[in-house]
Design a protein around this ligand. Structure first.
Ligand code: HEC
Length: 435
């Protein structure tokens, strides 16, 4: 009798609950959050994976070869994600199976869904916008590129009727593209000057909101392009924005860890909350009923606060993250590891969903052999055995030269003394521990 009751209680805990809660499981910072029309939550992480959350547990969608920057629900069965590996993937929500559908020549930082659900737009730092038409199953999607911005594109959004696409760029402008033309051309509708990071379009109410690197937080009339309101504070940059059409709440998160909530019906700030003591807000999304605000940043945890009582709950990053510790308090080897490796590797047993494998018992270990980690084809079955010499060569030459094809990002440690100290530190910290 009891077990049945317990199951019923668990099932009755949807993510949209009005309580404060956290979602734990990612192995790196949270870069984006999306909420589907039926309340499902998807997260993009620096750990190279997408989390698809069912109450408090995630199904992990693995395929990206670098940090995932953005996620977007396309339909009841389809999720899109894109990231630092320059590629966009589509995933079936039912099976969790995914496939790469297109690539840019630089990282992709935002995805927009056309309201017809058949087209995705991608914003890339290669200064182009990709338009991908979903085709009938089995055939390759049709792809088009929009050129016009003079620097990386940070954000894309469609109007409700799907006829206009808006884009915001590092070049400091927002452009509008007439979507129905075969070769859409664009006009600059906002010249902000500093890079524009975030864009929210509300054509039902006739405005657009944007957030910029200089902290600029403005609402502009879509018809006249006149400024309706300016919520710019002393804080910058603006890194995340979200809008809930039911309540009219607009949220903006910044590099200093604050989240501001604006009531757009009255054009007034209603909440201003230091959500993180030690890091930026990279991801924001409202729950489906608009009552909670979900946020992510440098921690590997998603926080969800009821908007009305945000200030009464625990903020993010209560503990200082190790890679943010004061560098002068650490010995050189430890400092090298914390600053250059710890975001992707653990030193203890278990890779903890980080972007790279655990380095536990690294010395004497064959490359590519940690059981709970999926390596690139290059490292899988490699002949390399890790020792002071091979680790030294790895960072003297750089992973891209020492093991071409690896998914470990390119980096070199130029000074011999830094490599030596790092290796000594690794040798001490990765040794087998008796418990
Ligand atoms: C941004 C993430 C990232 C950072 C930072 C990083 N690595 Fe890696 N590392 C990886 C990934 C991903 C792999 C797996 C590569 C593959 O499968 O091709 C890897 C693999 C390795 C391996 C091979 C492990 C094995 O089991 O074969 C070693 C050794 C290693 N890294 C050491 C380091 C050290 C030391 C640093 C810091 C100087 C570092 N890494 C920084 C992501 C990272």
């Amino acid at each position: 009798m009891w077990p049945a009751l317990i199951i019923a209680c668990l099932a009755a805990t949807p993510l949209a609950a009005q309580d404060f809660f956290t979602l734990k499981g990612h192995g790196g910072p949270i870069m984006d959050i999306a909420v589907s029309p039926n309340g499902q939550v998807a997260t993009a992480s620096f750990d190279n994976s997408v989390g698809l959350w069912d109450t408090r547990r995630a199904m992990w969608l693995e395929g990206h070869r670098a940090a995932v920057n953005t996620v977007q629900f396309m339909s009841n069965d389809l999720l899109a994600s894109a990231g630092d590996d320059n590629s966009i993937w589509l995933w079936s929500l039912a099976s969790g199976e995914g496939a790469k559908v297109a690539t840019h020549t630089a990282k992709i930082v935002d995805i927009a869904r056309r309201p017809d659900g058949k087209t995705v737009a991608t914003a890339s730092w290669d200064a182009t916008i990709g338009l991908i038409e979903m085709s009938a199953q089995g055939t390759a999607p049709d792809e088009k590129r929009l050129r016009g911005h003079k620097a990386g594109v940070n954000a894309v959004a469609f109007s409700n009727d799907g006829e206009t696409l808006y884009s915001a760029s590092v070049d400091g402008t927002i452009r509008a593209w007439s979507y129905s033309d075969n070769n859409p051309i664009s006009t600059v509708i906002v010249k902000h000057g500093f890079g524009v990071n975030e864009l929210i379009i509300n054509d039902a109410e006739g405005w657009l909101a944007y957030g910029a690197t200089d902290g600029g937080t403005r609402i502009i009339d879509l018809q006249t392009r006149a400024q309706i309101a300016d919520f710019t504070l002393e804080r910058r940059p603006i890194l995340a924005m979200a809008y809930d059409p039911n309540s009219g709440h607009l949220a903006a998160g910044d590099g200093q860890g604050f989240i501001m909530v604006i009531d757009t019906n009255r054009m007034r700030i209603t909440h201003d909350f230091q959500a993180s003591r030690t890091g930026p807000i990279w991801a924001l999304a409202f729950s489906q009923n608009g009552q909670n605000l979900l946020a992510g940043g440098i921690e590997d945890i998603v926080y969800s606060w009821p908007v009305a009582t945000m200030r009464e709950h625990e903020p993010m990053a209560g503990e200082q993250r190790s890679f943010l510790e004061k560098p002068e308090t650490l010995a050189n080897g430890e400092r090298q590891f914390k600053r250059k490796c710890s975001i992707c590797h653990t030193l203890t047993q278990g890779s903890a969903r980080k972007a790279g494998p655990s380095l536990y018992e690294l010395f004497g270990r064959r490359a590519g052999t940690v059981k709970d980690y999926t390596y690139s084809d290059t490292l899988d079955g490699s002949e390399i055995v890790w020792s002071a010499e091979t680790i030294d060569a790895l960072f003297d030459l750089g992973p891209d030269h020492y093991i071409p094809g690896t998914k470990m990002p390119m980096q070199r440690i130029v000074k011999q003394i830094d490599r030596d100290d790092l290796i000594d530190y690794l040798r001490a910290q990765t040794a087998q521990k008796e418990d």
